[in-house]
Design a protein around this ligand. Structure first.
Ligand SMILES: [Zn+2]
Ligand SMILES: [Zn+2]
Ligand SMILES: [Zn+2]
Length: 165
C-alpha cells in the first residue's frame, strides 16, 4: 500500500487548516458535553498546540501568544495546558518536554506516540494490546498505572522517502 501510514502522518501538503478545524470542533463538543469552560485562553493555547503535527514546548506557546499581542504569564499557559491535558485534548511528551494536540480527545485515554527523529512530527496510535499488556504487567507488580503513555522514536513514512504519489 503506497499510502500506508498516511492517516497517522498526513502528507506534508495536506490541508492542515482542516485538521485544526476538526480538532477545534471535537474539543468544543467535548467541552459542551461535559460542561467544561473552553475559555478564550484555553482555546487559543489549544489552537497553537495544533500549529503543526510536531509538538511545541510551553515557552514556544507563550512566545506565540505574546506575538499575537497577548501578555500571558507562564503560569497561565501551564494552567491552560493542565486543563487541556486533564481532558485528553492535548498530551505531554516527556522525552520532548512538549505538547501535542489529540485528534480523538476524551478523558483518560493515553496512547502510544510515534515520534519522528527527522521532522519532529508525532502521530498518536492506540494499540489496545499494548495498553492491556502494560496493565497486566503493572498489576502483577502491584503497580497502579496513572499515565500509561509510551513514546516511540523512529522515522516517519515521508522521512524514509517511502511515500509514493
Ligand atoms: Zn494537519
Ligand atoms: Zn489522544
Ligand atoms: Zn519525519
Amino acid at each position: 500500500m503506497a499510502r500506508a501510514g498516511s492517516k497517522a502522518f498526513p502528507v506534508p501538503e495536506h490541508d492542515h487548516a482542516a485538521c485544526i478545524g476538526d480538532a477545534m470542533a471535537m474539543a468544543e463538543d467535548l467541552c459542551r458535553e461535559n460542561g467544561l469552560r473552553f475559555t478564550r485562553l484555553r482555546r487559543q493555547v489549544f489552537e497553537l498546540v495544533w500549529t503543526s503535527h510536531a509538538p511545541l514546548g510551553a515557552y514556544d506557546l507563550l512566545a506565540m501568544l505574546n506575538e499575537r499581542g497577548q501578555r500571558a504569564a507562564p503560569m497561565t499557559i501551564y494552567r491552560a495546558l493542565d486543563f487541556l491535558m486533564a481532558h485528553g485534548l492535548v498530551h505531554r511528551l516527556n522525552s520532548r518536554n512538549a505538547y501535542i494536540g489529540c485528534n480523538h480527545p476524551g478523558d483518560g485515554h493515553a496512547g502510544q506516540f510515534l515520534i519522528c527523529r527527522d521532522c519532529g512530527r508525532v502521530a498518536e496510535i492506540e494499540e489496545r494490546r499494548i495498553a492491556e499488556a502494560v496493565r497486566d504487567g503493572a498489576s502483577r507488580a502491584g503497580f497502579d498505572v496513572r499515565l500509561p503513555v509510551i513514546e516511540i522514536e523512529g522515522q516517519c513514512f515521508d522521512c524514509r522517502g517511502a511515500r509514493h504519489g
